[in-house]
Design a protein around this ligand. Structure first.
Ligand SMILES: CCCCCCCCCCCCCCCC(=O)SCCNC(=O)CCNC(=O)[C@H](O)C(C)(C)COP(=O)(O)OP(=O)(O)OC[C@H]1O[C@@H](n2cnc3c(N)ncnc32)[C@H](O)[C@@H]1OP(=O)(O)O
Length: 210
């Protein structure tokens, strides 16, 4: 298990690219596993092959997920982040960018792996994407913080397999508290989920690097 204090390896671009390629293939594998109808024997045979591949990757392992070279903040650089991390097959991934005026924005599409109600995105997945985007927006104010509160309003179902946009912006800072809000918008330009959150910068984080 990875500890918060574990020293993180920073990947050069030449190291990150093949690992991102690996994660992209595993992402395809996850979707294939969710949708396959190959039959019992073939499923067992493929499971054995995957177990062998897993052992090959485990042969040399890090103590904690590595960081990327690029990114304004420590958590922007988390290569294994479950929302935006290019090395994490569980991440869609959502490529989040911040503008000079602090708006965080990302375009993404979620496949059947993220299904909640039939043909729609799971509400917890929308919450995870918004938590990350609002957290990044909070960090644009200076330090950033841990999510203390996250409130969601699910206005309409969020469709799978269609281009979605997430947007977030910090609204105010009060001491160690940073408030932010954001939305997920569907392909028709209508908001499907709204979120507001408060992030608190832990006292001990103020003395560490950004
Ligand atoms: C480490 C940072 C890195 C940042 C780098 C850049 C980030 C770049 C992108 C990030 C994107 C990530 C996005 C995903 C972010 C997660 O997923 S974070 C994981 C989920 N959140 C958690 O696990 C947080 C767990 N909670 C905690 O660790 C602590 O309770 C907190 C939130 C750090 C606060 O602890 P604390 O500093 O000891 O707080 P404390 O002094 O008691 O209270 C300070 C003030 O906040 C209020 N407060 C504290 N907690 C709450 C609460 N839950 N509800 C309401 N009010 C509260 C207090 O009432 C107090 O208010 P005042 O009395 O001053 O008016």
């Amino acid at each position: 298990m990875s500890g918060a204090m574990t020293e993180r390896h920073t990947l050069g671009e030449d190291e990150a690219a093949p690992l991102a390629g690996l994660a992209a293939r595993v992402r395809e594998l996850i979707e294939a596993a969710v949708l396959t109808d190959v039959g019992r024997d073939e499923a067992r045979a493929v499971a054995d092959e995957i177990a062998a591949l897993t052992e090959r990757l485990r042969a040399v392992r890090r103590d904690a997920p590595p960081f990327l070279v690029t990114g304004a903040h420590r958590i922007d650089r988390q290569a294994g982040n479950p929302v935006s991390g290019p090395l994490n097959p569980v991440a869609p991934p959502v490529d989040l960018d911040a503008t000079a005026d602090g708006i965080v924005r990302g375009e993404f599409t979620l496949n059947d792996v993220y299904e909640g109600p039939p043909s729609y995105v799971h509400g917890g997945v929308s919450a995870m994407v918004l938590d990350q985007a609002l957290g990044m927006a909070a960090a644009q104010t200076g330090v950033g913080g841990m999510t203390a509160t996250l409130e969601l309003r699910y206005r309409r179902p969020t469709p799978l397999g269609m281009p979605l946009t997430v947007e977030a912006k910090a609204s105010r800072v009060e001491g160690r508290k940073i408030y932010a809000s954001g939305t997920i918008t569907g392909p028709d330009g209508r908001v499907t989920v709204e979120a507001t959150a408060m992030f608190v910068t832990p006292q001990n984080f103020l003395v560490q690097e950004r």
